[in-house]
Design a protein around this ligand. Structure first.
Ligand code: ZN
Length: 257
């Protein structure tokens, strides 16, 4: 199978389903994946046992919004394995329409993609009723807070803005797994990391992202650099902490300045 390097195509394909304008800084999709319930029992024909063992599997045709990591999750095959089998040199560069061989699969399955949602705003609850403050979060960068969490004009500011120079290293506030690392309209280069205990952290307007979806990070790891990508007038880090997908005031969780 030829290795295709069609990054531009993939970027466009991946971004288009996620775009959902809702104010300046509102993460317009579900942070937590939506899992499709697949009823296999009764749907899959039972093949008679054959003496000739043939490699079982199906081809999955890549659709918009999918990537190898999510495809691997849908079929319960590590994405590294899919990359190896399909001779994909860079698992982050697959394109819409590409055929990915899935060993062991008997039919194509739906792949979860990040989908728009406005539920988060309605589900907002005060920090007091959330779980106890976890220990161990560190500041992603240190700098002046130019905009706080809370109502901002017609919209709601889901995080804080920290003024820091372009290129300042951004650190993961806690260990976790990268849930999203890509561009998103308004946010520029955006990283979302899922942490233990139902927490997620969000880092936006980055000059560059240095981590990729599915990657594990430790607390304090440099994950990107501060920038001014997206809808901004000056370099800063837009930073959010979410608990069970509800934006929280980061100042409640971060160490005292
Ligand atoms: Zn902001």
């Amino acid at each position: 199978m030829p290795i295709r390097q069609a990054l531009g195509e993939v970027r466009v394909a991946r971004l288009s389903p996620s775009i959902h304008k809702f104010g300046d800084e509102f993460i317009p999709f579900l942070l937590l994946p939506v899992f499709f319930v697949v009823f296999i029992e009764g749907c899959v024909p039972r093949f008679p046992v054959s003496i000739r063992r043939q490699p079982l599997g199906v081809y999955h045709v890549v659709k918009g919004g999918e990537n190898l990591f999510r495809i691997g999750k849908a079929y319960d095959v590590p994405y590294q394995e899919l990359a190896r089998i399909n001779r994909i040199a860079d698992p982050h560069q697959i394109r819409v329409g590409q055929r990915i061989f899935i060993p062991g699969a008997t039919r194509q399955l739906p792949v979860e993609i990040i989908t728009p949602s406005e539920v988060m705003v309605e589900a907002r609850r005060p920090a007091e009723i959330q779980a106890a403050r976890p220990e161990g979060f560190i500041w992603p960068v240190r700098g002046n807070i130019s905009s706080k969490f809370g109502p901002r004009g017609e919209t709601f500011h889901d995080g804080i803005d920290i003024e820091v120079a372009e290129g300042t290293p951004i650190r993961a506030i806690e260990r976790g797994v990268v849930l999203y690392s890509d561009q998103l309209r308004g946010y520029g280069n955006l990283i979302i990391i899922r942490h233990p205990g139902g927490f997620a952290s969000v880092y936006a307007h980055n000059r560059i992202n240095l981590v990729r979806e599915g990657q594990e990070v430790k607390r304090g790891d440099v994950i990107g650099e501060v920038g001014s990508t997206g809808r901004v007038s000056a370099p800063h880090l837009h930073f959010e902490i979410r608990k069970d997908n509800v934006a929280q005031d980061p100042l409640y969780y971060l160490p005292q300045l």
